[in-house]
Design a binder for this molecule. Structure first.
Ligand SMILES: Cc1ncc(COP(=O)(O)O)c(C=O)c1O
Length: 486
């Protein structure tokens, strides 16, 4: 059995990279196998040995090896460990190797790849402040179940595909709700989406070409950064302060550049919780109109803001593409959101949506429509109250367990707290320590298109019980103290 090429192929890992460590190990080994540094039949070190050498968890190496098995690059046999597969090496010269094995790792630029992490529900024993999901209480489940039962009453209908634009009664109900927030929108301008994530993708692919520039906030929603990165767009970040996006920075950029669109969350911004003030809203709209650059307003939390501000689209429907979702006010598992856009753009979005899924689940739309007409308003009122209570609990726990040197933004009532650690504490190091101590959160760099966020992190205050909220904050406080003492 050959051992050649090893340890020349020993992976090196960069703990500061936003690329997960298992993926770094996988990519390096893959490269070594494909270039022949690790020829066929070479035995790889046992998972435990490699984990010790690299000072990582054994499960990290297990994960990396599993990816190589899936690619057909290594074989694993009980008792004899892992070996480079016989057909794996030097594929460029081997006509037998399927072409997809030789595809390079799919990473465009260095965009954060956190959508999977945001969607995941499993975090082991740790108290997880990662996913932006509504709290378990108030639960919409009992009323939702009734709504689905009522929707199923018309089963022949709800079992079909339905219109790509969406279920008309639901579109009407959405338009009526938007009108009550000051918008002039008709049901026919509403396109129902399979989650607003789909809308961000549609916009990224319909309004811009790879290589085009767009303006985003810094920090911004990392899921959007992943989508923009995959679409090959180049994001120009604009800072956010207590009054929202720095519109003066947007103005400066627009003097010399023509981004394809401006992506913003003016109400209860994710992650900072800040709401853009009225002056800035007006200035941003004026700038966009003058420069003829559309605004993509992502507004999943607007209905939860108090006091509520009219969305940007209310003042400027011809320049604003508006996105929202039921993920934050009912449940993300429904995967239903919507978008409104000027007619010519709407047509493009619709055709592209059809190519993804033909239509959003009609059954789910019919259930949501019923829920909206009976139970939604009351549910949202209770949800707002719960968010306010949780924010108070979180702030009290932070005051009790974290040093005064930690700063917090996010007073507005949304799902998130955005924390800034003092210079000597890096958020990555804090995350490592907190995870060892049984709590986890999302580190700040994931929220920035370029650089930034080294000392920031986001806590979603919603995915845990109230008790776990306090306990998780206490655990993070312990980790802060350990790092501060170093
Ligand atoms: C700003 C923003 N946009 C979009 C989404 C995704 O929403 P959906 O579940 O509708 O795809 C989220 C979820 O966290 C979000 O915070």
């Amino acid at each position: 059995m050959r051992e050649l090429g090893w340890p020349a192929a020993m992976p090196t890992i960069d703990r500061d990279s936003i690329v997960p460590i298992y993926q770094q190990i996988y990519e390096e080994l893959r490269e070594a196998i494909l270039t022949g540094t690790l020829p066929e039949s070479t035995r790889l070190p046992p998972e435990r040995t490699l984990a010790e050498k690299l000072s990582v968890n054994r499960s990290t190496v297990v994960h990396a090896y599993r990816e190589l098995v899936v690619d057909g690059l290594i074989e694993q046999r009980v008792g004899s460990g892992s070996r480079v597969a016989r057909s794996a090496g030097q594929p460029a010269r081997s006509a037998d190797v399927p072409w997809w094995i030789t595809l390079p790792p799919w990473r465009i630029g260095s965009f954060p790849q956190v959508l999977g992490e945001l969607a995941a529900t499993e975090h082991g024993d740790r108290i997880s402040f990662v996913p932006g999901v509504p709290p378990l209480e108030p639960s919409p489940l009992a009323e939702l179940a009734k709504s689905f039962e009522r929707a199923a009453g018309d089963s022949d209908f709800v079992l079909s595909y339905g219109d790509s634009e969406g279920h008309l009664p639901l579109r009407e109900a959405i338009a009526a709700r938007m009108r009550s927030r000051g918008c002039t929108v008709d049901a026919r301008e509403v396109l129902v989406l399979t989650g607003s994530t789909q809308g961000i993708t549609l916009v990224a692919q319909s309004l811009a070409e790879p290589g085009d520039e767009i303006i985003v906030e810094g920090p911004t929603y990392p899921g959007a950064l992943q989508i923009f990165g995959i679409a090959g767009l180049r994001a120009i970040p604009v800072a956010v302060d207590a009054d929202g996006m720095r519109v003066d920075h947007v103005e400066a950029i627009l003097r010399t550049r023509r981004p394809r669109f401006i992506y913003t969350m003016p109400s209860l911004h994710n992650p900072t919780g800040v709401t853009m003030n009225a002056d800035r809203r007006e200035r941003l709209l004026t700038l966009a109109e003058r420069a003829r650059v559309p605004i993509v307003e992502d507004d999943p939390y607007g209905e939860l803001a108090q006091p509520a501000m009219p969305p940007l689209v209310a003042r400027s429907p011809n320049y604003v593409i508006y996105l929202s979702t039921f993920s934050k006010t009912i449940a993300p598992s429904l995967r239903v959101g919507w978008i409104t856009a000027p007619r010519t753009i709407y047509e493009r979005l619709l055709l592209r949506k059809q190519s993804y899924d033909m239509a959003t689940s009609l059954y789910v739309q019919a259930g949501i429509y019923d829920f909206l007409s009976r139970a939604y308003d009351e549910h949202v009122v209770r949800l707002r109250e719960e968010l306010i209570a949780r924010r108070r609990i979180a702030r009290e726990a932070i005051a009790a367990h974290w040093p005064k040197s930690m700063r917090l933004t996010g007073g507005g009532g949304g799902f998130y707290l955005w924390a800034t650690a003092p210079r000597e504490i890096r958020a990555r190091a804090l995350l490592d320590a907190a995870e060892r101590n049984g709590a986890t959160f999302l580190f700040g760099e994931a929220f920035y298109a370029a650089s930034g966020g080294d000392h920031n992190f986001r806590l979603a205050i919603t995915p845990v019980t109230r008790e776990a909220l306090v306990e998780g904050i206490r655990r993070i406080g312990e980790s802060i103290a350990v790092l501060a003492a170093r």
